[in-house]
Design a protein around this ligand. Sequence first.
Ligand code: SF4
Length: 293
Amino acid sequence: MTKKPFTLPPCAAGCATAQLELFAAPTLVPAEPAEVAEFDFDNHDVVIVGDSGGKDSGATVHEVCTRADQAGALHKVRILHCDLGTTERGHLVEWPGALDVARAHAAQYGVPFAVRRSTLWSSLWQRIRSHGNWPGYFARYCTSDLKTAVGRDYVDEVGAELRLGRPVRAGYAMGMRAEESPARAKKPVLERHRMSGKGTLRVVTTWLPVHQLSTAQVWKLHQDNDIGHHEAYDQGMRRLSCRACPLAHTDDLVRSAQLNPELFQEYADAEAAMGHQFKKSISLREIIERARS
Ligand code: SF4
């Protein structure tokens, strides 16, 4: 646990939208209160933090571990990184080193770290090629299949490990922030649902501990607490996520194409093969042309 002093942000009360939606699946039991003011560590067996290796994940790990430590519950916290695998030509879908940054977050706060991958898909690349079209705002199969399902399975794995004799009560923290989009701004900081499914194995509370933080506040948390960040930010990227994400801002995609020319060429070849433009507003071919100009 870091000994450095830090300032808690005012929010005392992500690619994560689909994850949130899964954990808010239709209930088989009477609905829990839609939102509560504070995360209740006493009422949870475990708190899992989804860590992509990005800046919002780093801030989320800090917030969760800090508050857990204050509540005497740091032993309940675990960090999970969902590995998205490689492309057909062997390029990592994520930024190289993202997993290491996530691991370093866990090490800094002295909590267990786990890496898990989809049991159905060897990689996001395989999932995309199987689908035959790119993910989009209304087709977030990438997060639902490669992150949400993996997180759900990890909750079950931890539940089985704890041998509670009842459904595990798990918090699932994500780095989604209101500033990112109007849709995300509407998300509650805490939402407790009993996930549907055979045997009702779990009760999951989704928690967005950095929901109200600005980008500047997220970086200040990193600075004040020596939280590690990925070098891609120093090279001009504003967000980490997948190196080529159809939902990313075009400027970030152009910068990423400059930093990852071989990966983008493979994506551009897939774009031609599938016959579907990568992003509504711009093709990968155009992104690569801009990156070269
Ligand atoms: S393609 Fe974009 S939305 Fe999908 S998992 Fe990757 S970063 Fe998230």
